[in-house]
Design a protein around this ligand. Structure first.
Ligand SMILES: Cc1cc2nc3c(=O)[nH]c(=O)nc-3n(C[C@H](O)[C@H](O)[C@H](O)COP(=O)(O)OP(=O)(O)OC[C@H]3O[C@@H](n4cnc5c(N)ncnc54)[C@H](O)[C@@H]3O)c2cc1C
Length: 456
C-alpha cells in the first residue's frame, strides 16, 4: 500500500493527497448513519481529469481499490470508506464549464453543487430540473452516481432524464466520452444511461452534459391535511388516475409533521395523520385548474382541510419544510431513512404496510417522501446506544423491503443499493439480472477496484 502512495506522490506531483488519520476519518462516512464505514487508506482530491486518470492507472497497477466520492450526502453508504481503499473526492472539480443556450445544455464538472448549477442557469432564464431535497449540499457527480430524484421528478423526471453525455475515467485510467449535445442519439449501447446510477462502481464521472429547460412559471402551492394515512395515499392514487400532473406531490405523516413543527414552530395541523404538498407550475390559469383538480381528489379522499400558499415566500417556506423532514427526524435520535417505492396505484397499500411493520417491530417511524413518484422514506428512529431498538429497526427494514417487492415495488427509489441494501438486490431483480450486472461490472472493472462491496 505504501508503494501505491509513493507512486501517487512521485508520479502526480500536484495531486492533493491526505494521509493523516484525522483527514482520513473526516472522509470516512456518508450520511448513512447506521452503516459501518471502513477507514480510507488515503484521500485524494484531484483537480482535473488528467489527475483522475493518473490515479486510476496507478490504482490498477497496484490493484488498490478506489471509492469515488462527491459531497458525501448519500444515504446508502455509496461513498462510505472501504478499509485499505483510496477515497477519491471530486469536489475540487467544481466548475460550470459552459451554459449553451442554443442547445439548452450545460457542461459541468462533477463537483458542482446542484443548487449552484440551478442558480447559474436561473440567472439566464433557464432551469435544471433534478432537485433532491439535499440540493443545497449535494454534487452533480453524486447525483449522477445515484441517479438522484427529488421533489419535482414527478413532472420532470430523475437525474438520468437530464443527463445527455458524460466524460468518464475507466478503472484502468482510459477516458471515454458518451453521448453529448444531441437530443437524439442511438449510436451503440447507451453507455450514458449505464453509468448514471452505477454508484461509482463502473467508472468515474469527470464531466457531464446536462439538459436545461426554459424556466417554468412561478409555482402555485397547496397543502392538504388528512385524518388517516390511507386517505392521503388514496388522494395520491386518485391524482395519478385522473391524470393530474403536479410538479410537486410530497407527503409527510403525523410523526414527521410533529418533528418539523417542534423544530420550527410553524403551526402545522398536528392533529392530521398526514399532509400532502401539491404544486403546479403550469402556465397562466392552468396552474389554478390543476390545483383545483388536485383539491377535488384530496377532498374526495377525505381531506379535512386544504390551504393555499398566499405568496411565493410562503410557498418557498412550505417546500423548505418538506426538505427539512429528515433533519427534523434526526433530532429525535439515530435516524435510518429508507427509500422504498411502489407503483403509484399501490401507494395506499405501501403506507399501510409501513404502519403495520413499524408497529409489529415496536419501532418509532416517521414517513415522508415523493408520494407522486410512489417513492416513500419511512424513517426509523432510535436512541443512540439502544442496540435492541436498532436491531428491531433493522428487522423492520428487512420486512419493509420484502413488502415493497411483494407490491411490485422497489427497495430503493433514488438512494441506491450502495452498501446498505445489497442483500436485497437479488430478491428484487432475480439472480439472472444480477449476473448480467456482474458481467458488465467485470467487463469495465476486471480487477474489481471500483467501489468494491457496493451495489453488486
Ligand atoms: C437531508 C437529505 C435529503 C436528501 N434528499 C434526497 C432526495 O430528495 N433525493 C435523492 O435522490 N437523494 C436525496 N438525498 C441523498 C443524497 O443527497 C443523494 O444521493 C445525492 O445524489 C448524493 O450526492 P453527493 O454529492 O453527496 O454524493 P456522495 O454521497 O458522495 O456519492 C453518492 C454515490 O455516487 C458516487 N459518486 C460520487 N461522485 C461520483 C463521480 N464523480 N463519478 C462516479 N460516481 C460518483 C459515489 O461513489 C456514491 O456511490 C438526501 C440526503 C440528505 C442528507
Amino acid at each position: 500500500m505504501t508503494d501505491f502512495i509513493d507512486a501517487l506522490q512521485q508520479t502526480l506531483h500536484g495531486l492533493r493527497l491526505l494521509t493523516n488519520e484525522t483527514d482520513r476519518e473526516s472522509y470516512r462516512r456518508d450520511e448513512t448513519a447506521h452503516h459501518e464505514a471502513g477507514m480510507p487508506l488515503a484521500v485524494a482530491l484531484p483537480a482535473d481529469t488528467g489527475e483522475v486518470a493518473g490515479v486510476m492507472r496507478l490504482a490498477t497497477e497496484h490493484r488498490v481499490p478506489v471509492v469515488p466520492r462527491g459531497a458525501g450526502s448519500g444515504l446508502s453508504g455509496g461513498s462510505a470508506g472501504v478499509d485499505g481503499a483510496l477515497t477519491l473526492v471530486l469536489t475540487r472539480m467544481d466548475r460550470i464549464l459552459e451554459i449553451d443556450r442554443d442547445n439548452l445544455v450545460a457542461v459541468v464538472q462533477p463537483g458542482v453543487i446542484n443548487a449552484d448549477l440551478k442558480a447559474a442557469v436561473a440567472a439566464e432564464g433557464l432551469f435544471y430540473a433534478p432537485d433532491p431535497a439535499s440540493y443545497e449540499f449535494c454534487s452533480i457527480g453524486g447525483n449522477i452516481g445515484t441517479n438522484a430524484g427529488g421533489l419535482c421528478c414527478v413532472k420532470y423526471g430523475v437525474t438520468r432524464d437530464a443527463v445527455l453525455g458524460l466524460e468518464v475515467v475507466l478503472a484502468d485510467g482510459r477516458v471515454i466520452r458518451t453521448g453529448g449535445r444531441n437530443v437524439k442519439d442511438v449510436a451503440g449501447y447507451s453507455l450514458t444511461h449505464l453509468f448514471v446510477g452505477s454508484q461509482g462502481t463502473l467508472g468515474i464521472v469527470t464531466e457531464a452534459t446536462v439538459r436545461l429547460r426554459p424556466a417554468p412559471p412561478p409555482k402555485h402551492t397547496m397543502l392538504a391535511f388528512f385524518p388517516t394515512l390511507d386517505a392521503a395515499g388514496s388522494a395520491v392514487a386518485a391524482m395519478t388516475r385522473a391524470g393530474v400532473e403536479p410538479c410537486t406531490l410530497e407527503l409527510m405523516d403525523r410523526v414527521t409533521i410533529a418533528a418539523v413543527d417542534d423544530w420550527h414552530k410553524l403551526g402545522l395541523d398536528r392533529t392530521a395523520a398526514a399532509l400532502l404538498l401539491v404544486e403546479s407550475d403550469a402556465p397562466g390559469s392552468a396552474a389554478e385548474d390543476e390545483l383545483a383538480r388536485a383539491e377535488t381528489c384530496c377532498t374526495d379522499a377525505g381531506a379535512t382541510s386544504v390551504v393555499r400558499a398566499t405568496d411565493p415566500m410562503e410557498a418557498d417556506w412550505l417546500r423548505q419544510v418538506r426538505r427539512m423532514a429528515f433533519r427534523a427526524m434526526e433530532r429525535l435520535g439515530v435516524a435510518r431513512m429508507e427509500d422504498v417505492g411502489a407503483p403509484r396505484s399501490r401507494i395506499p397499500e405501501l403506507l399501510r404496510e409501513i404502519e403495520r411493520i413499524a408497529a409489529a417491530h415496536n419501532v418509532r417511524c416517521g414517513t415522508f417522501g415523493h408520494a407522486g413518484d410512489g417513492n416513500l422514506h419511512p424513517t426509523f428512529v432510535w436512541d443512540r446506544g439502544d442496540t435492541a431498538a436498532e436491531e428491531r429497526a433493522h428487522a423492520a427494514c428487512e420486512e419493509l423491503y420484502c413488502a415493497a417487492i411483494a407490491l411490485g415495488g422497489t427497495v430503493t427509489g433514488e438512494h441506491g443499493i450502495g452498501a446498505a441494501r445489497r442483500p436485497f438486490l437479488v430478491a428484487q431483480v432475480g439472480t439472472d439480472a444480477v449476473d448480467v450486472m456482474r458481467a458488465i461490472k467485470a467487463a469495465l472493472d476486471p480487477f474489481g477496484i471500483l467501489n468494491p462491496g457496493k451495489v453488486v
